[in-house]
Structures are given as C-alpha cells and as structure tokens.
Design a protein around this ligand. Structure first.
Ligand code: NAD
Ligand code: UFG
Length: 337
C-alpha cells in the first residue's frame, strides 16, 4: 500500500514517514523544502534503512502533481504540507491563503482525477479559538483569530463539503495540540529557521547557549501559576495517531474529526522546570507582556480518539523534554550542523 506524504521533510511529516515505513507502508514524499531541509529525508532513509522516492514538488504546481499521480497508484494521502507561522501569516496573508488553501485544492483535484479518495489532514487546535471551557471536545464551536488559523478552518470546511459531495471521499481531520519532542535517536527533530516562535525550540536554544534567555509571555493568566497552559504532545505519539487514522479510513466513509492531544495541560513554567530537571540545565527567563492573540488554557479531550481510533498518547512531559534536548544537543544548528 503506497501512501503519499505531503510536507514529509517537515517536523511532523518526517516523523510520520518513519512511522509509516516502520509500519510496513510504501511511501512517496513530496516537499518544496520552503521550511525544511533535504537532510531530513536522508536521515529518515538512514534511520529506517528503507529507500523511498522523494520529489521536491510544490502543491501549487498542478502539473507536478499530475506527473506524480500518473507514476504511482496511491492508496491514501497524508497531507502535512503548509505554512504554519501565526505571526508571519498576519504579515503575508496572501502567501498563506494561496499556499495552504490553493495547495490543498490542487491536491484534492488531482486525487479526484486519479480516483484516490482517502485523506488525512493536519488541522490544529487553533480552530477552537479561545474555548470557554476545557477540556476541548471536537464538538466545540470554532473560531479563529489569525490568517493561519483561518486557512485551517477554511480547509476543514472545504473538506466537509467535498465529503458531502460524494461518499467515495474518506477524510480524517486531525486537530493537533502542541507537538514537541523528537525521534528518540536524535537524528530528526524540529528545525525552525531563524528565531523560534514556539516555546520548546526556544527553550532548547537557550539551553545550548544560542539565546540568552527565554521571554515568558505573561504570568497574569488565570492558571495555577499565571503562565499559559498547553497540551504538549510528543511528536512520535502524534504520528502514531496518523497510522490509526489510516486504518480507520479503511472501514469508514465520510469525514471524521479527532483531537490529538494528551488531555493534560502544563504551564510554561511547568515545561521550563521539567526541562531543567531532566537535563540539569538552568533556563534563565524573564516575564514579559502577554503575546497578542495567546489564550490562557488549551488542552484536549482525547476521548474520541481513544474510543474510535484506539489511540492514546503514551509519552510523558519528561520524555518530550529528554528527546527535544537530545535532538538539539546532537544537532546544534539543526540539519545545517
Ligand atoms: P513544517 O513547516 O516543519 O512542515 C511543513 C512542510 O510543508 C515543510 O517541510 C514545508 O517545506 C512544506 N511545504 C509548505 N508548503 C508547501 C507546498 N506548497 N508544497 C510542498 N511542500 C510545502 O511544519 P510541521 O510542524 O511539520 O507541521 C505540519 C502540518 O501540521 C502543517 O500543516 C501545520 O500547519 C500543522 N500543524 C502543526 C502544528 C505544530 O505546532 N507544529 C500544530 C498544529 C498543526
Ligand atoms: N511562550 C512563551 N515564550 C516563547 C514562546 C511561547 O512564553 O518564547 C508561551 C506562549 O505564550 C504560550 C505557550 O508558551 O502560552 C505555548 O506557545 P507556542 O508558541 O509554543 O504554542 P501556541 O499554543 O501558541 O501555538 C501552537 C502552534 C500553533 C497552533 C497552536 C494550537 O504554534 O500553530 O499551537 O495547536 F495553532
């Protein structure tokens, strides 16, 4: 069974490719490398000992997609490719709308043309906006506050319309909470370009001495220590959920939505303290103003995924810290080391 992985050189897509190969699937990966490095593909091949086709293709090129679908008979598509930086999406919304939405429409058009109708899509907990209660269930109302989030919501709506149009479509929307950690080998991991936007890569860059100190965005939230609370999930647990989603697609029709989170919320200070305890490295930080658009608390109810996908996260916050650090220490400059 051959699975097409879009965005397979990226953080989550590279881990998913390892998981797919180790589960016995054949894989073809495409990525335009706009936010990743070809080295990630080499490392996935080295880690698994399996060779697979990689194409530096862009979802915006319908011609390239047609060429691909002419060459391979895909069973299903795992669609990770997209731009994902919230701040950047506010500055360059045209790129975000074009890349994420047009890219997904192109992908679905070519899938339709070649009779491939199973799709697993990377959505985000960002579509819940600022939830009025936690844990967050899949049935909660949706709202978004930035262009990136809006592209995810629009794609979700598009995929719902597509599924409603023809029962041959089988779609799973996976709403990720906060993926961190890395493959335990330390060979693949998150490799942000420039200054990291997200908490964990910032912490590891402070730990390795690339940045002086962490800015903690606000300690006046209504949480147990005043800092923001999130549902951090190990990337390897997250991608295992995708394999379960693929199995689920075999025996279902229509569209189904699942949260992928642990169900446990930890604060920014909890993460800093756990990281320090695991690595014995002090993380200097200062409290600064809240970051605009941030919410106080966000964590999933993973009950639906547990019940229907038979999946649940297994790794602890300590595992996440250990593996993020192992990746950083072995690759001080990411894939450019
Ligand atoms: P990433 O940037 O590491 O990976 C995305 C990959 O897609 C990159 O390798 C990039 O080069 C590629 N890409 C982008 N546009 C493309 C195009 N037009 N054609 C071909 N390739 C293209 O990001 P990630 O963290 O691995 O995220 C994967 C998916 O999960 C994204 O859709 C993201 O929005 C979603 N997601 C991520 C998070 C998170 O915190 N990391 C949370 C929720 C959802
Ligand atoms: N934070 C800091 N300092 C930093 C970075 C982050 O204090 O330098 C705090 C934030 O204020 C927040 C928490 O750490 O309270 C987590 O922030 P991240 O930027 O790591 O993650 P977010 O929850 O803001 O957003 C992430 C992804 C989004 C996605 C969302 C929901 O970046 O794309 O999770 O899945 F939409």
């Amino acid at each position: 069974m051959t699975i097409l992985v879009t965005g397979g050189a990226g953080f989550i897509g590279s881990h998913a490719t390892v998981e797919l190969l180790e589960s016995g699937y054949d894989v073809v990966v495409i990525d335009n490398l706009v936010n990743s490095d070809i080295e990630a593909i080499k490392r996935v091949k080295e880690l698994t000992g399996i060779d697979f086709p990689f194409y530096q293709y862009d979802l915006l090129s319908y011609k390239q997609l047609q060429k691909l679908f002419k060459t391979y008979k895909f069973e299903a598509v795992m669609h990770f490719a997209g731009l994902k930086a919230v701040g950047e999406s506010i500055e360059i919304p045209i790129n975000y709308y074009h890349n994420n939405i047009t890219g997904t429409i192109n992908l679905c058009r070519v899938m339709d043309e070649y009779g491939v109708n199973k799709l697993v899509f990377s959505s985000s907990a960002t579509v819940y906006g600022n939830p009025s209660t936690v844990p967050i269930y899949e049935t909660f109302p949706l709202s978004v506050t930035n262009p990136y989030g809006r592209t995810k919501l629009i794609i979700e709506e598009f995929l719902k319309d597509l599924s409603a149009s023809n029962p041959k479509w089988r779609v799973v929307l996976l709403r990720y909470f906060n993926p961190i950690g890395a493959h335990e080998s330390g060979r693949i991991g998150e490799d942000p370009k420039g200054i990291p936007n997200n908490l964990m890569p910032y912490i590891t860059q402070v730990a390795i001495g690339k940045r002086d100190k962490l800015k903690v965005f606000g300690n006046d939230y209504n949480t147990h220590d005043g800092t923001g609370v999130r549902d951090f999930i190990h990337v390897v647990d997250l991608v295992k959920g995708h394999i379960n989603a693929l199995n689920f697609l075999e025996k279902t029709i229509g569209i189904e939505i699942f949260n992928l989170g642990t169900g446990q919320g930890y604060s920014v200070l909890d993460l800093i303290n756990t990281f320090s305890s695991v690595t014995s490295i002090d993380i200097p930080y200062e409290i600064v103003e809240r970051r605009p658009g941030d919410i106080a608390i966000c964590y999933a109810s993973p009950d639906k995924a547990k019940k229907i996908l038979k999946w649940e996260a297994e790794k602890s916050l300590r595992d996440m810290c250990k593996d993020s650090w192992n990746w950083q220490i072995n690759n001080p400059n990411g894939y450019r080391s």
